[in-house]
Write a protein that binds this ligand. Structure first.
Ligand code: ADP
Ligand code: TRP
Length: 311
């Protein structure tokens, strides 16, 4: 079975764009692979300096994945900080790459341009991500388009190490998740937490209803485009064609239909999520961390011997 590795920063509540664009396809892929899903808490520390929020977000991500159908008996779900081999290998990679090479990172430049502090952790971010992936002889990494360059960095780190110390790491391939187009937000722009236009995945029915009712519609148009494009995630084109033709101009009816469709998807997931206690979530990642560490420690032993720190 091929090995899959993916990760997600615990940086806040997920929205339906994250669900359709990342969570759902990753959970589906995991069923076909020997999979590891990692909560990138040390990556999150490059920007999040609030311990209570970080703790809450970590447990939240565990529950999100479980609610979306991840089976922890089949897929290892763990957090980065529980496997110190990640930061150890990241250091070794940092000693192999140059500052100008890391300066080419779009993600780094974008984040600094947006006003994030240019801390050294943010700068070295791609080497920690390379370590995450390479420690497990990963074949495939499902990620969003924005992560493509990070995969190039990971392959480069593997090649640099292999050249310097002999064949050790497998070069992984990205699997860019673009099963569906970009999910639009309530204002028609890309749904993103940085635009404040999201429909949260695990909001209450009332919160969802309020947000859907606030979707911006053009009063002159026959069909409300912003409602339709979110609706297209939930129903086939044929179903929507009937619904939107029968209710031409009746924006309220169409929005109510969308609320019902969102609720039909989310209600069972919400119930599943609510049934998972913090204690359950902690136990799941603790067990996942132990399994991941068992694999990672074998790889790092080989790395230590090769670089010469094991005497
Ligand atoms: P945000 O833009 O809200 O900050 P993130 O950058 O944290 O979202 O996204 C995490 C993952 O969710 C991304 O890798 C991307 O694949 C997916 N994603 C985010 N927003 C959307 C969207 N509007 N449509 C589809 N996928 C999305
Ligand atoms: N950088 C990824 C993101 O922000 C999260 C991540 C960390 C990751 N390590 C990873 C993704 C390893 C895939 C593989 O979305």
């Amino acid at each position: 079975m091929q090995r899959l590795f993916t990760g997600l920063q615990p940086s806040g509540a997920l929205h339906i764009g994250n669900y359709f664009g990342a969570l759902k396809p990753a959970v589906e892929m995991c069923r076909e692979y020997d999979g590891l899903v990692m909560i990138a808490d040390y990556h999150a520390l490059t920007s999040l300096k609030n311990p209570d929020a970080l703790r809450r977000n970590i447990l939240g991500v565990v529950k999100d994945y479980m609610a979306a159908g991840l089976d922890p008996a089949h897929t290892i779900l763990f957090k980065q900080s529980d496997v110190p081999e990640h930061t150890e290998l990241a250091w070794i990679f940092q000693c192999l790459v140059t500052v100008p090479f890391l300066e080419l990172s779009h993600a780094y430049k974008d984040k600094v341009a947006k006003g994030l502090e240019a801390n050294a952790g943010l700068f070295a971010y791609p080497m920690l991500m390379a370590a995450d992936i390479l420690l497990y002889d990963t074949d495939v990494v499902p990620v969003g388009e924005d992560q493509r360059q990070h995969l190039e960095y990971a392959r480069e780190a593997a090649a640099k190490f292999n050249n310097a110390f002999g064949e050790t790491f497998k070069e992984p391939k990205e699997k860019i998740l673009k099963s569906i187009a970009v999910v639009p937000g309530i204002d028609g722009k890309k749904m993103s937490k940085s635009y404040g236009n999201t429909i949260p995945l695990f909001a209450t029915k009332d919160e969802i209803a309020k947000l859907v009712m606030s979707i911006i519609t053009d009063s002159k148009a026959e069909s409300p485009v912003n409602v339709y494009s979110i609706h297209a995630l939930f129903r086939t084109r044929e179903e929507l064609s009937t619904l939107y033709t029968e209710n031409k101009g009746k924006y309220k009816v169409l929005k109510e239909a969308l609320i019902d469709d969102i609720e039909a998807l989310i209600a069972p997931m919400r119930a599943k999520r609510d049934a998972i206690s913090d204690e359950d979530a902690k136990r799941i990642i603790k067990e996942g961390g132990e399994k991941a560490r068992e694999r990672a420690s074998k790889k790092i032993a080989d790395v230590r011997t090769k670089v010469g720190v094991s005497v």
